[in-house]
Structure formats: structure tokens, C-alpha cells
Design a protein around this ligand. Structure first.
Ligand SMILES: [Zn+2]
Length: 360
């Protein structure tokens, strides 16, 4: 049954079930559109050799969203007017223009209206390359950039692991189908929602900082599927949400370029000499030129230089204050005091100091 057939069947269904007339016609047609889209997606996945289940019917509790397409909605000051529903008081975050679709959804007992607007994409013809930056992402530090600015990793999920465990335990103790189980489920959902909100707030602020202060951003190309094969680190890697950070940068920044991360933490950013080291060694110490700097900082400078070479832009070798080379192996966290020797030595290419992240 095609989308067209389903829409046609709707008129007959309305004769049989008069309660369907209480709903806006466009909203019902959108359900047919969603079913058709889901069918198309499953069949194309099957064609590509993916394992897919069958589409199943949804029941009352599974419905969390409905959409008004093209017409039947209006936004007036702090009211959303929906046909056949009425005027609803809303908190408007920004003024939408040229609205094409409104989706109303329920999340943890709260209602949201997602407004889809048609806007003109800004032209990409005037890209400035004056202030480029290379960013190295990691687990202990979320980001370390080529201007030696460090963003700590807040590790939201890891920090909330105890309350999460408790909420999961509470839920599993409750009797199936009971009201108490429902309450426990809502409690757990609220916890996850809070973690998600905190994480997206952090990612938005961090990406906005980079997009506001730099014209060109170089990120390492990460293969998430490969990285998460390491089960000990997978949770922390996914918690950091580097991929979401990249997506946010891509739509906010003038230009984001992904560079090949191979050997970026091993090669010396000053002379190019390859210094083999394990993951535990957090300091890059070059025996050839004597450069001594943080491993991630070295990597970020390499990303910047590789990216500039890739785009055939002039590469500026950075002056990193050389410190007496040390022969001993440095383990994680043991040389924190020494690391501060190299802090603040990276000048930005434009020569201006970079505003601190506290200025958000
Ligand atoms: Zn070197």
C-alpha cells in the first residue's frame, strides 16, 4: 500500500470511525507519510544486505510525536495555535520565520514543539583563512588545541554512574506492569535526560567558542566504530561525544577540515622526527630538536600543519620553548608540574591572545 493509497483509505476510515474527524487532516496524512518512509528505509537497508526486522504496530503508549505539515499552525507571541487543538502557551526561544512544519513531541512528561523552517544557506564564497586552529580530542582532556588551550572533559555519564546504577537497580526490583515500576522508569529517564542536556550544553558552548574565535578548524578524522572496539574505553569515548562535537562545528563554523590522524601524536611538530611512545606517555620529548611539550598539544599542532599543507596554505612552524631533553620515561600524570613549563608558549598565528574559555 503506497502513501497515496493510505491517504485515500483515510477518507473511508473517517466514515467508519467518526472520532478520526477530531484530528486535523494534514496530521493524519503525515502518519501515512512516516509509514511509507519507514517502509522505504527498511527495504533499502535489506537491499544493502542489512538485517532488518518487520515494521510493527504502535500502541497508545508508544506515540510520542505528531506533525503538522505546511498548514494548520501559527505562532503568535507566546502562543502556538494548532488547528483542531487550540491555542497553547509556549516558551519561545527564538522567532521562527518561514515555518514549514511543526512537530509536537513528548519527552519525559514535557511537551516540545520542534519548528522546521526554510532558510537560505549563507554563501560560502567568502571564507577567511586568517585564524586556523588544530584540535586534538581526547579522554582526559576533551580538547587540546594548537594555541595550547585545554578544555577538560566533564565525563557526564561517568560522573553520574552511581545514581544511574541505583536507578537501574530500583527499576529492576519493581514488579512488571506495576505503577511503581512506571515511576521508577520515569525517574531513570529523567536522569538520562539530565545527562543529555548537560552534555549538549557543554558541546554547544565548546563548539561555539571555536567557531566564534577561528576561521578554519582542523579536526582529526575519527573512526568511531574502530575506536569503540576497545571495551574498556568505549564507554568513555562515547560519553565524550566527539562526533556530535564535529557535527556542531561543521554547521557553525566557516569551514571544518578533517585531517588524517596517523602518527600525529608521534611525529615532532617542530622538526618532524618520529618519536615512538605508548599511550601512557603524555609528554612529547624530541631527542633530535629538544622540543618538550604536552603530547596532545604536539598532536594539535600537527593537525594544524597537516591541514594547512592539505589546503596548500602557508605553514608556520611554531616556536615552542625547548626544555632540556629528559631521558626517563614519563608516566601519566607524574609530570604535571613540569608540563606547566611549556604552558602558554603557543602563540596564535595572528599574534593576538586567544580569549579564555571563561568568556563564554
Ligand atoms: Zn623534534
Amino acid at each position: 500500500m503506497s502513501e497515496y493509497d493510505m491517504n485515500y483509505a483515510l477518507t473511508e476510515l473517517k466514515e467508519q470511525h467518526p472520532w478520526l474527524r477530531n484530528y486535523y487532516a494534514k496530521m493524519l496524512q503525515m502518519v501515512a507519510k512516516q509509514v511509507a518512509a519507514a517502509r522505504k528505509a527498511t527495504s533499502s537497508l535489506k537491499r544493502n544486505g542489512c538485517k532488518t526486522g518487520r515494521l510493527s504496530y504502535r500502541y497508545n503508549d508508544d506515540f510520542h510525536a505528531f506533525a503538522y505539515n505546511q498548514k494548520g499552525f501559527k505562532i503568535e507571541e507566546n502562543r502556538l495555535v494548532l488547528a483542531k487543538i487550540g491555542r497553547i502557551k509556549i516558551i519561545l526561544h527564538r522567532k521562527p520565520i518561514n515555518i514549514k512544519q511543526v512537530t509536537i513531541c513528548r519527552k519525559n512528561g514535557k511537551w516540545y514543539a520542534v519548528v522546521g523552517c526554510e532558510i537560505l544557506r549563507r554563501s560560502c564564497s567568502t571564507i577567511v583563512y586568517k585564524k586556523p586552529v588544530g584540535i586534538d580530542v581526547g579522554i582526559t582532556k576533551f580538547a587540546h588545541d594548537s594555541d595550547n588551550h585545554v578544555v577538560e572533559n566533564p565525563q557526564f555519564s561517568t560522573r553520574m554512574s552511581r545514581p544511574l546504577k541505583r536507578a537501574h537497580r530500583r527499576l529492576s526490583r519493581k514488579k512488571l506492569g506495576s505503577n511503581n515500576r512506571k515511576k521508577a522508569r520515569r525517574m531513570l529517564a529523567r536522569l538520562y535526560e539530565r545527562i543529555n542536556n548537560k552534555r549538549s550544553d557543554f558541546l554547544h558552548k565548546t563548539s561555539a567558542y571555536y567557531c566564534r574565535n577561528y576561521d578554519l578548524i582542523f579536526l582529526e578524522r575519527l573512526r568511531m566504530a574502530n575506536l569503540t572496539k576497545n571495551h574498556k574505553l568505549a564507554h568513555k569515548i562515547l560519553d565524550a561525544s566527539w562526533y556530535t562535537f564535529k557535527i556542531m562545528c561543521q554547521y557553525k563554523a566557516n569551514r571544518v577540515v578533517e585531517v588524517d590522524p596517523a602518527y600525529s601524536s608521534l611525529d615532532c611538530s617542530r622538526c618532524g622526527h618520529r618519536v615512538p611512545k605508548s599511550l601512557a606517555v603524555r609528554i612529547h620529548s624530541c631527542p633530535k630538536c629538544g622540543a618538550l611539550l604536552d603530547r596532545d598539544y604536539n598532536s594539535a599542532i600537527n593537525h594544524l600543519q597537516n591541514g594547512l599543507t592539505l589546503l596548500q596554505l602557508p605553514v608556520e612552524r611554531r616556536e615552542v620553548t625547548p626544555v632540556e631533553p629528559q631521558s626517563k620515561v614519563i608516566e601519566t600524570g607524574t609530570l604535571y608540574g613540569d608540563m606547566q613549563l611549556t604552558r602558554g608558549t603557543g602563540a596564535s598565528l595572528s599574534g593576538k591572545p586567544v580569549p579564555s574559555p571563561r568568556a563564554w
